[in-house]
Design a protein. Structure first.
Ligand code: VGL
Ligand code: ZN
Length: 212
C-alpha cells in the first residue's frame, strides 16, 4: 500500500457515514469495531488536511426515518442482522435502529470549519441505501450532480463501514466513471471477512488501495 497518491486536480473527498451510531466512541446502536476515539481523531485530521489542500469535501450521512424498512423493529418476528426477502428478489439485512433523523446517533463526528456538502441516504422508508449515489429502489441522491458541478473526476473515499456503505459507494463511483482511491487505514468494517473481500473486489475493479 502506498500513501495517498492522487494529484489534487479534479479530486474530491467522500467521507462515508462517520456518524455516532456507527462508532464505539459513542456506544452507537450499530457500532463498527475499531471506530473508536483514535479512529475518529485520525479521520478528522485527514479530512481537515484535505480541505486545507483545497479539495472539496462531501459527507454522506445515513439519515433514516423512524419507520425505515431496514430496522428489525419495523419487521415483526425478525432479529438483528438476519437477512430477509422483503419483496420478490430483494433482500434486506435487519439492522438495529440507527441514524434516525434528528437524533444524536445520526450526528456526523467530524469537526471542520470550511464548506462541506452533505448528502443524505436512506431517507425513503421503503428502500435502504448503502451507496451514496443510489438507493435500492434506483433513486439517485444529489451526489453525482454535485461532483459534476464541481468538475470532479477522481475521488478519495474513506469512512464506515468498509463492507457496506463504503463498498457500495466505491462501486457506484467506479460505475459512474470516477477514478477511485480508497484510504483503507481510514475505514473500519463490521466484519473482517466481508471487509477483506470488499477490498479485494474494489482492487479488481481498478480502485487504488492506499493508507491514510
Ligand atoms: C451502514 C448498515 C446500515 C453503513 C448503514 O454506513 O455502512 N451499514 N446502514
Ligand atoms: Zn442505515
Amino acid at each position: 500500500m502506498a500513501e495517498q497518491s492522487f494529484s489534487i486536480e479534479n479530486t474530491g473527498v467522500i467521507v462515508v457515514d462517520v456518524q455516532a451510531d456507527f462508532t464505539e466512541l459513542k456506544s452507537g446502536a450499530l457500532a463498527v469495531p475499531g471506530a473508536d476515539a483514535q479512529y475518529i481523531d485520525e479521520v478528522g485530521k485527514a479530512t481537515r488536511r484535505f480541505q486545507e489542500q483545497g479539495l472539496p469535501i462531501y459527507f454522506t450521512k445515513d439519515w433514516h426515518p423512524a419507520d425505515h424498512v431496514s430496522f428489525f423493529t419495523n419487521n415483526p418476528g425478525t432479529k438483528p442482522f438476519q437477512e430477509i426477502e422483503i419483496e420478490e428478489g430483494r433482500t434486506q439485512v435487519m439492522w438495529p435502529p440507527h441514524c434516525v433523523q434528528n437524533t444524536p446517533g445520526a450526528e456526523i463526528l467530524i469537526n471542520i470549519k470550511g464548506p462541506v456538502e452533505t448528502v443524505e441516504t436512506g431517507t425513503n422508508p421503503k428502500f435502504d441505501s448503502y451507496s451514496g449515489f443510489l438507493d435500492d429502489g434506483g433513486n439517485k441522491t444529489d451526489l453525482d450532480r454535485l461532483l459534476r458541478r464541481d468538475g470532479i473526476r477522481k475521488l478519495i473515499i474513506y469512512g464506515l463501514a468498509t463492507d457496506y456503505c463504503v463498498k457500495a459507494t466505491v462501486f457506484h463511483a467506479v460505475e459512474h466513471g470516477y477514478q477511485v482511491e480508497l484510504l483503507a487505514d481510514l475505514c473500519r468494517g463490521l466484519s473482517p471477512e466481508t471487509s477483506d473481500s470488499a477490498i479485494r473486489e474494489m482492487e479488481s475493479k481498478g480502485v487504488t488501495i492506499s493508507k491514510g
